[in-house]
Structures are given as structure tokens and as C-alpha cells.
Design a protein around this ligand. Structure first.
Ligand code: CIR
Length: 256
């Protein structure tokens, strides 16, 4: 019997309007609508087989809902990130406390920085985006943490987007969804690659849970490509959180 899946999520901060923004212009965020969409996302995770544990937030944690950036979880341990944005480092203690109930913890130490959104784990392969948030030393500390457990950790350049997982995510055990404008394809030569529709550059971020692809409703053309490939897609509305530069994977940490 496979062990059950747990998805850790985190409440949207009442201060989300003060979130970090890198590539987007600040526009008003409707907190009630964002919360309703976040609940829909949690329901999609539950529908795909996850028990959902939602952590609390605070008014000094504007980006707390984007819990993925705070940790990388594998079977053997949880690595607690040191986010590239200083405002986000206060998010780590509560996430570490929650993960510490399930995994041995390893901490990324200063001056290294690394965001979980830059880390794509597919089986024993780990790709680390060298974005503005993730330093070479951050990638090296992750390699030191995961290498001994048999993970192959390599750095990948990204350009034009916030994180590696803005540009490429897994949609099955052997298939990646990619926007080649933001990340080169050659590091992923061992995988089948599905390209986003050219009109949907933000469409490369999907959450894969036990064969279900949880995917933003905002990208119907790329969704059609996923379905044409035989994948089971569950659309979720996430456009309000997208105004805070968040994608689908950023809102959960999924572990067995
Ligand atoms: C930030 O800039 O850190 C947040 N406003 C958005 C983080 C999104 N995280 C992700 O894509 N993994």
C-alpha cells in the first residue's frame, strides 16, 4: 500500500498586496476572491488524493501562501530554503516546524539563497534554476544535502521569468511541460517535452499529484495539448493569486 499523500498549504496573508513582484506590475488583489480560489485549489489537491494541512499566516508575511518556495521535500529529508527575497525568510520557521513532524530537516545556510520554486525534482533528478533568487552556493548546498541520498542535482540557467518552475514542470513521470523561451531544453534531453502554447507563456507550471495534473484554467490552449497527450487535467482558477506572481506549484508542498 503506498503511503498517503499530504499537501501542506498556507493561508493567504491579509498583507498580500505588499507581496514581492519581479516581472509583474502591481495591481489590486481581491483578497476574498484570492481566498476562494485558494480553497478551490486545496479542494483539487484533496480530489487528487491529498490530505490537506493549511498552516496559518501573519500580517508580516505577505507571500506566505507560496509555501513551495520555503522547502524542498524528498523521501529522505526536507531541505529548508533560504529565500532570495529577504522579506520571505520569516516564512521559514512555521514551515520547518510542520515538516519536522514528517522528515529530518536540513537547512540552507547564509549567505546562500535558494527558492523552492527554482527546484524541480523528477524521480532522482533534481534541476536547480539559477534565477535572481537562487545563488550558485544555494544550488551547491542543495547538492550537498541531496547528493548522498542518490539524487543527481544540476544547475540550469533561467531567463525572463521568476523561477525555474515558471518555465518547466513535470506532468508525468517522464514528461515535462516547458516554455523554451525561458529555459534551454538540452538539460532535459532524457524526458519527453511538451511545449506550452505560444500564446500562453505562463502555462508551463502544473502540479502533478498521482497522475492528476492540477492546472490553471487561464491556459486552455496548453491544457488542450496536455489532454491530447492523454493526461488527466483538473483545471483550477488561480488568476487572482497570479497577480502576486504565484503559479500553481507554489501554493503547496506535497509529500508522502
Ligand atoms: C515572490 O515574488 O516571491 C512571490 N510574490 C511569488 C512567489 C511565487 N512562487 C513560485 O512561483 N514558486
Amino acid at each position: 500500500m503506498p503511503r498517503p499523500l499530504l499537501a501542506i498549504t498556507r493561508e493567504i496573508s491579509p498583507a498580500i498586496a505588499q507581496c514581492e513582484l519581479t516581472h509583474l506590475r502591481r495591481v489590486p488583489i481581491d483578497l476574498a476572491r484570492a481566498r476562494a480560489q485558494h480553497l478551490g485549489y486545496e479542494q483539487a489537491l484533496a480530489g487528487a488524493g491529498c490530505a490537506v494541512e493549511r498552516l496559518g499566516t501573519a500580517s508580516d508575511l505577505p507571500d506566505s501562501v507560496f509555501v513551495e518556495d520555503i522547502a524542498v521535500v524528498v523521501d529522505e529529508c526536507a531541505v529548508i530554503m533560504r529565500p532570495g527575497a529577504a522579506s520571505r525568510r520569516r516564512e521559514a520557521p512555521l514551515v520547518a516546524e510542520a515538516l519536522g513532524r514528517h522528515r529530518r530537516l536540513v537547512f540552507i545556510l547564509p549567505p546562500a539563497t535558494i527558492d523552492g520554486g527554482d527546484v524541480l525534482v523528477v524521480g532522482r533528478r533534481v534541476f536547480v534554476g539559477r534565477s535572481a533568487r537562487t545563488s550558485e552556493e544555494g544550488a551547491e548546498q542543495l547538492r550537498a544535502a541531496l547528493g548522498p541520498a542518490g539524487y543527481d542535482v544540476r544547475a540550469v540557467p533561467v531567463r525572463g521569468c521568476l523561477h525555474l518552475k515558471s518555465a518547466v514542470t513535470a506532468v508525468s513521470a517522464d514528461t515535462l511541460l516547458i516554455n523554451r523561451a525561458w529555459v534551454p531544453a538540452d538539460p532535459f534531453a532524457d524526458f519527453r517535452l511538451l511545449d506550452v502554447d505560444p500564446t500562453e507563456p505562463y502555462g508551463a507550471n502544473a502540479v502533478l499529484v498521482d497522475g492528476t495534473v492540477i492546472y490553471p484554467a487561464a491556459f486552455p490552449h496548453t491544457r488542450a495539448r496536455l489532454e491530447a497527450d492523454g493526461l488527466q487535467v483538473r483545471p483550477v482558477e488561480m488568476d487572482e493569486l497570479a497577480k502576486a506572481e504565484g503559479a500553481a506549484t507554489c501554493c503547496s508542498l506535497i509529500l508522502r
